[in-house]
Design a protein around this ligand. Structure first.
Ligand code: ATP
Ligand code: MG
Length: 178
């Protein structure tokens, strides 16, 4: 199973110029004082897995550029590159850049469209369309307070087992009939 090894950022939110976040282990913990940029790390991961601006705590994609939050963007573009590593220590790089509000996606430096990008992420087990894979600040409580059926649905969508549920029900019914 692939894990996130490193994040390279350039002019993204609180990072000015090119900077490296990581390397991470299979389990990593980020600590820091209030406002130090912990949630920005989550935003960087969401951004580079194809998320839209509405879920990234900004109105427009261009607001993600360093300095844009105070009306002084340092550049017209920003980039986040995620390096995933599999069990054989092979690396795959997923990178998203914005220029103004338009995005470009690259897998191992080759430009692809968004659906190819999301498909290649899925191939290494990153299911971007399954919301809640990333649990953001303040949402732990809302997950805990979901009713059990809703919570089950959420885990089914993250694990993609929901797609198998009709097959499961058919096989269960056949077994009960036998
Ligand atoms: P808390 O513990 O309060 O949740 P945090 O560590 O999660 O804090 P973040 O929300 O990740 O903090 O980071 C907030 C910081 O990011 C602020 O200081 C803000 O100035 C900075 N920031 C946000 N957008 C930009 C931007 N476009 N350019 C530069 N800095 C930015
Ligand atoms: Mg935070």
């Amino acid at each position: 199973m692939s894990y996130l090894k490193q994040i390279d950022v350039e002019n993204f939110k609180s990072w000015r110029g090119k900077q490296i976040i990581g390397p991470f282990l299979r389990f990593s913990c980020i600590i820091g004082t209030n406002g130090s940029g912990k949630s920005n790390v989550m935003d960087a991961i969401s951004f580079a897995t194809g998320e839209r601006s509405s879920s990234l705590r900004v109105k427009h994609l261009r607001d993600l550029i360093h300095g844009a939050h105070v009306g002084q963007p340092v550049s017209r573009s920003a980039t986040v590159c995620l390096t995933y590593c599999n069990d054989e220590e092979e690396e795959t790089q997923f990178s998203r850049s914005i220029t103004g509000d338009s995005s470009e996606y690259r897998v191992n430096e080759v430009q692809v469209n968004l659906s190819q990008y999301l498909r290649q992420l899925e191939e290494i087990g990153i299911i971007a369309k399954a919301q809640n894979c990333l649990v953001f600040q303040g949402t732990v409580e809302s997950i805990a307070l979901k009713d059990p059926k809703e919570r089950t649905k959420m885990f089914e969508s993250i694990s993609q087992s929901r797609e198998l549920s009709s097959e499961y029900e058919q096989k269960k019914a056949a077994m009960l009939r036998a």
